[in-house]
Design a protein around this ligand. Structure first.
Ligand code: NAP
Length: 539
């Protein structure tokens, strides 16, 4: 898989036609670099193309999620709900692809299986599942953090005779739950959105919960004509607010500490946050809520109280209250009447901590005390998050070293955008990048704009090779670890910390996300660029 003549098919190959890949292509075209996007799916949209399960929607305010780079686009597009549903989100991606003619530089049904760097020619050769090879000077991955869905490691999973779906590979055709006996495994952000929908029409729904999560109300509603006008005139403010906030959302932490105020004041603040739409309760809470156990306990107790109020059966309510982690230390699923679902006669909660699944059989799911028969099983069991998208491609850098080998003792990166020993490869929204813990499009635009500046330099100076130094990588990786240490989430098991019970050996926590905040990250990236890309060698 090498090209010795030094000529490449393209200047740049991008993997993935989601939000990041689409915008990167647009910017590289402006610079005048020949670019091709390789996408496994049949069309654009990335996460919104794959995750078509009923209930899927933004947890960010719609108008804070869309691209900000084109005034015309902002003017033309109208979101219909404050937290837009998946079909509309996918329509938006299609609208952008049409408007900027993106598809003409994209190959669909082109799942990349291998990417090898040729040290002599300074070229990447990519192989797709259909056996085709394409070469480029530069490789930009835009595969997001959820490129590899995970089925649960449960015996007999293939023996089930009914309908079976994973939420991240949901069929393009309508799936009906009407009158069916449905089993859902998982209670993460995906499952919570799905369960609310399934419960509306299923004959009977059984939810298999291993770890309860702290969920908070989304308070979604349609955008009125008046609000639409206001949104259109406020985009600058909206994006400025996101830009200044820790994780690119319209919500940023309150400057007070939780225990600095009286009990009454604190309670009133939590009540207000619980009534307000979106991530305010997570991202706009007291500033020490995610770093101080005592502060965190106060919000956990508050939300536990809400769960107990909303779920009629006290025994079921207790099963739904998390006991092994504090509020916000795992991703907070946003919900609409989720807890009330458990008051319905057609819904049953199985606590897998009491009665674990023993196997899946032809007729359904067997737990240690019962056989549950189903017409349909839905696996809302998540992903091999953050690094899974990389490990499923045979990526080999300088000297043929594999990325799997490079990261065997833990992820190491420079800015979450480059990896020492993998010249000319860049990872948008990569591990250790602020974008992996962000209102993603906001951080994607930062990543892409930074890359576009670098690629402008590449074009102007006819550069052939860019690589990070081992020292720069060491320094950044240490900084990422330091930032993670102060966060309570680093003491919790979840995809944030690389824990995955369905993958052997993934029971030790690791540092995957950059927790230093988007503004600080942006400053660091800008500093590197201003210092003529300090930490990177440009040939
Ligand atoms: P997830 O958070 O990893 O949740 C997976 C669920 O499946 C967990 O409840 C997990 O239980 C359970 N599970 C996995 N394997 C199991 C097994 N073998 N037996 C029993 N239960 C098992 O995945 P997700 O819900 O798909 O969400 C992933 C991320 O996607 C979210 O955190 C969020 O960042 C993103 N997301 C975003 C949106 C949005 O923006 N609107 C919506 C949905 C998801 P344990 O917790 O015990 O492991």
């Amino acid at each position: 898989m090498t090209t010795e003549d030094g000529k490449a098919d393209y200047d740049v190959l991008i993997i993935g036609a989601g939000i990041a890949g689409m915008y990167m292509l647009h910017r590289l075209r402006e610079i005048g670099l020949t670019t091709r996007v390789l996408e496994a799916g049949t069309d654009v949209g990335g996460t919104w193309y794959w995750n078509r399960y009923p209930g899927a929607r933004f947890d960010s305010e719609s108008y804070s999620y869309g691209y900000s780079f084109s005034k015309e686009l902002l003017e033309e597009w109208e979101w219909s709900e404050h937290f837009s549903p998946q079909p509309e989100n996918l329509r938006y991606c299609n609208f952008v692809a049409d408007k900027f003619g993106l598809r003409r530089d994209m190959d669909f049904n082109s799942k990349v299986t291998a990417a090898h760097f040729n040290d002599i020619a300074n070229l990447w050769t990519l192989e797709t599942e259909d056996g085709k090879h394409r070469t480029a000077r530069f490789l930009i991955t835009a595969i997001g953090v959820f490129a590899k869905p995970m089925m649960p490691a449960i015996d007999g999973i293939d023996s089930f005779k009914g309908e079976a779906y994973h939420t991240a590979t949901w069929p393009h055709e309508q799936v009906s739950f009407e009158g069916k006996r449905v089993g859902v495994i998982g209670t993460g952000a995906t499952a919570v959105q799905l369960i609310q929908e399934v419960a509306k029409t299923a004959g009977h729904l059984t939810v298999f919960q291993r770890t309860p999560n702290w969920c908070a109300p989304l308070h979604n509603r349609p955008i009125t004509a008046e609000e639409q006008k206001e949104i259109k005139t406020s985009y600058e403010e909206i994006f400025a607010k996101c830009r200044a906030s820790y994780a690119g959302f319209m919500h940023d932490s309150d400057r007070r500490r939780a225990l600095q105020v009286s009990d009454e004041e604190r309670q009133a603040f939590y009540e207000k946050l619980y009534r307000e739409p979106g991530f305010g309760i997570w991202m706009g809470n007291f500033r020490d809520m995610l770093v101080d156990e005592r502060a965190n306990t106060t919000i956990s107790e508050f939300v536990a109280g809400k769960i107990r109020e909303r779920v009629k059966d006290p025994a079921i309510a207790e099963k739904l209250v998390p006991t092994n982690h504090g509020f916000g230390t795992r991703r907070v699923p946003m919900e609409t009447h989720y807890y009330e679902v458990y008051n319905q006669d057609n819904v049953m909660l199985v606590d897998l901590r009491e009665t674990p699944i023993t196997r899946i059989m032809e007729a359904g799911i067997e737990t240690s005390d019962e056989m549950h028969e189903f017409d349909m099983i839905v696996y809302a069991t998540g992903f091999d998050a953050v690094t899974g998208g990389y490990s499923q491609i045979d990526i080999r850098g300088s000297g043929g070293r594999t990325l799997t080998d490079k990261w065997a003792d833990g992820v190491r990166t420079f800015l979450g955008l480059q990896i020492e020993g993998f010249p000319n490869m860049f990872t948008l929204v990569g591990p250790h990048n602020a974008a992996s813990f962000c209102n993603i499009p906001r951080c994607i635009e930062q990543n892409v704009d930074w890359m576009a500046d670098l690629m402008t330099r590449v074009k102007a100076d006819e550069l052939n090779r860019i690589e990070s130094t081992a020292e720069a990588e060491e320094e950044w990786t240490e900084h990422v670890h330091l930032m993670a240490q102060r966060m309570l989430f680093s003491k919790t098991n979840s995809w944030f910390t690389g824990i995955n019970s369905n993958i052997e050996g993934r029971d030790q926590r690791s540092v995957l996300l950059y927790a230093g905040g988007a503004p600080g990250y942006r400053d660091k990236c800008d500093e590197v660029a201003a210092a003529d890309y300090a930490g990177m060698i440009l040939h």
